[in-house]
Design a protein around this ligand. Sequence first.
Ligand code: SF4
Length: 170
Amino acid sequence: MKLLLHSCCAPCASASVEQLLDGGNTVELFYYMPSIFSLEEYEKRLDSLQILSKHFQIPLHAGRYEHEAWLSFIQGLETEKEGGARCFRCYEFLLRASQQKAQELGFNQFSTTLTISPYKNAEKIRTIGLQCNGFAFFDFKQNNGYRRSIELSKALGLYRQKFCACEFSK
Ligand code: SF4
């Protein structure tokens, strides 16, 4: 399978990419996380993804930091708890943009690293993703994916943030 992998950050991408490459897939990274609070934080995560891209020797496409558009999309859900309705709307924003980017770059399929986090709802990601053409579902937290992401992050010196991304999670 040749796919574009939506990547929220380098630690989550690390073990996800490893699993996909081990499975014989061809992967390119798409960093797109406009939900991140502050451009500085967005760039810090981008720097670590560049390290990862070099390590695995796979291309990295960086999306725009469209935080205002993301805020408009989740408007009215700001005070929802993490893991609730705001996050589901956020998944939709990220996955729709990833579908569009995959089409633009000529990929028939795309997936996301979001499922590796134990704090994310993989079933909800599957449901929302399957509404997008070309979505391939992988639950990267299976087979100790999350633990492996911590090991790889330490080994490669990747920046591991202490909050999901948006100002509401911070
Ligand atoms: S906590 Fe994370 S998944 Fe939820 S809305 Fe904020 S950035 Fe999106």
